[in-house]
Design a protein around this ligand. Structure first.
Ligand code: SF4
Length: 240
């Protein structure tokens, strides 16, 4: 049994998948997105330790409220604790709940048999993936996150091959990911994948800024304002 480090939970989440959802925010992420509003979830092995059984029981307390929604694993990068997510998702499915995972796909390594096997096992118990594509251009992706987008795009191809329903999430952030041509390139790329059911366009906001001060981490977007409504609409026009 794989226990999980849970940073926090939300009982009535409305933005991480369909319907009202119980959300687990798991600790640990190897990305360092410049616009991340949850830098407090970056650190591994922090938070409350829960067994899959205890996590499932916790979500089940809200079954009446989430029966038309479900449970979402978010973070941090939830699949950094893939064994815990898989075991908990299996229990949630046995209890009739819809399961979603909000991920960058960074843990998927197509050249590593163990990694592929673990993700194959996971997808048996997940109804929907919310796949965060931070940028379609690898160089720009590295500027935003500090990592390549290769694993994310390989994971998208994997989900497509397995016919797993996927929503793509894209954050629009001035100076980093608000270029219309980049949005068009992302859309063209995405057109190759039938598993994509929907796009979600998320405007950058500054609500997590104070956490950087509290954690004593420099905030590199100090002078960057949220995108204008026009920019968000123009990108929505392309992607949605
Ligand atoms: S992947 Fe998510 S949790 Fe990790 S740094 Fe980026 S926005 Fe933050």
């Amino acid at each position: 049994m794989a226990n999980g480090y849970v940073h926090s939970t939300e009982s009535f989440g409305a933005v991480d998948g369909p319907g009202i959802r119980f959300v687990f925010f798991l600790s640990g992420c190897k990305f360092r997105c410049k616009y991340c509003h949850n830098p407090d979830t970056w650190f591994f092995n922090r938070g409350e330790v829960l067994s899959p059984e205890a996590a499932c029981q916790l979500a089940l307390k809200y079954k009446n409220y989430i029966k038309n929604g479900g449970v979402t694993f978010s973070g941090g990068e939830p699949l950094e604790q893939i064994d815990f997510v898989t075991e908990t998702a299996k229990l949630l499915k046995e209890n009739g709940l819809h399961v979603a995972v909000d991920t960058t796909g960074f843990t998927f390594n197509v050249g590593d048999e163990t990694s592929v096997e673990k993700h194959l096992n996971l997808i048996k118990y997940v109804d929907l993936f919310l796949l965060d594509i931070k940028h379609i251009d690898d160089d720009k992706h590295r500027i935003i996150t500090g990592q390549s987008n290769k694993h994310t795009l390989d994971f998208l191809a994997f989900l497509d091959a397995k016919g797993k329903k996927t929503w793509i999430r894209y954050v629009v952030c001035p100076t980093l990911s608000d270029d219309i041509l980049d949005a068009k390139a992302l859309k063209n790329y995405a057109n190759n994948f039938k598993c994509i059911d929907k796009f979600e366009v998320l405007p950058y906001h500054t609500m997590g800024k104070h956490k950087y001060t509290e954690l004593n981490i420099p905030y590199s977007l100090e002078d960057v304002l949220p995108p204008s409504e026009e920019t968000v609409l123009a990108i929505k026009d392309i992607l949605l």
